[in-house]
Design a binder for this molecule. Structure first.
Ligand code: IPD
Ligand code: CA
Ligand code: CA
Ligand code: CA
Length: 271
């Protein structure tokens, strides 16, 4: 680790993710209910999404008051330092609401518009992933201590295990279901984990060969995208573009391009 700013940002991101993860794990009310809905009746927010974001934004404001923040639940401020934090305080809210274990806290820091630090913690798995630009991707886990991540060697696409997700807006998910239906016979199988950040970290950890989704926001993918890339995966959007709300595609080298071409052929980002 050479850049002292990156080290400082990593320390803060790890502390914020750890504390928010503990709050979510230990503070989940037994009678947790939906507090509000957003883009559609199934796009839900709980009091815990909001509490986790407040904890993270409060910590950042205390440590680095001049930084900007983009938080899913509205904890957004302009900054003057050139650093902006991109936060998903609870990625996988629907899993969390139902008591399913796949959910995470995702904290990324950008410097002059480029993601330089990403931390994703998945408390029910006992795992935390992190990456610093140029420094590789790392995981600490209950299973195997700290280890450097490397995505797996690419299989042919018809033997690739690919994860995806579905947007909350009815027309978008209907189209996504049609694309997935046409994709399944061309792959080993499809997974739908429920946390985009965990999907990208699982790709980094060699547990998936690819991932794609339409309709993601910056907070869903900022940290996971850096972690996947630092583990040797390729990520993008529509051909020649960076990942975006139109399309996010990620894969091991060898799976990424064929998957992106296939999705293009299936019109994955059209209505
Ligand atoms: C969602 C999760 C899910 C993905 C959705 C996201 P949220 O984030 O990442 O896996 O399929 O597109 O919106 O709302 O649980 O933070
Ligand atoms: Ca949400
Ligand atoms: Ca999310
Ligand atoms: Ca969220």
């Amino acid at each position: 680790m050479t850049d002292p700013l990156h080290k400082d940002l990593l320390d803060i991101a790890q502390e914020a993710a750890r504390r928010a993860g503990a709050l979510l794990r230990d503070g989940r009310p037994a009678d947790l209910a939906v507090a509000a809905t957003k883009s559609s009746p199934i796009d839900v927010v709980t009091e815990m999404d909001i509490a986790a974001e407040k904890l993270i934004t409060g910590l950042i404001a205390e440590r680095r008051p001049d930084d900007g923040i983009l938080g899913e639940e509205g904890g957004t401020t302009e900054g003057t330092s050139g650093v902006r934090w991109v936060i998903d305080p609870l990625d996988g809210t629907v899993n969390y609401l139902y008591g399913l274990p796949t959910w995470s806290v995702s904290v990324a820091a950008e410097q002059d518009g480029e993601t330089v630090v990403g931390v994703v913690t998945a408390p029910m798995r006992g795992e935390t992933f992190h990456a610093v630009l140029g420094g590789g991707a790392w995981a600490t886990g209950a299973w195997d201590g700290e280890r450097r991540l490397a995505c797996r060697p690419a299989p042919p696409l018809d033997q690739a295990l690919v994860s995806t997700g579905f947007n909350y807006v009815a027309e978008v998910r209907t189209h996504q279901a049609e694309v997935a239906q046409r994709l399944i016979p061309l792959l080993r199988d499809i997974r739908r984990g429920g946390s985009a950040a965990v999907d990208l970290c699982d790709l980094a950890a060699g547990r998936l060969d690819g991932y794609y989704e339409r309709g993601l926001h910056a907070w869903d993918l900022a940290a996971g995208d850096l972690i996947a890339r630092e583990a040797g995966a390729l990520t993008g959007g529509r051909p020649g573009e960076r990942p975006s709300g139109d399309l996010t595609v990620a894969g091991t080298p060898g799976v990424f391009e064929p998957l992106q071409r296939l999705l293009e052929g299936l019109g994955a980002w059209h209505d």
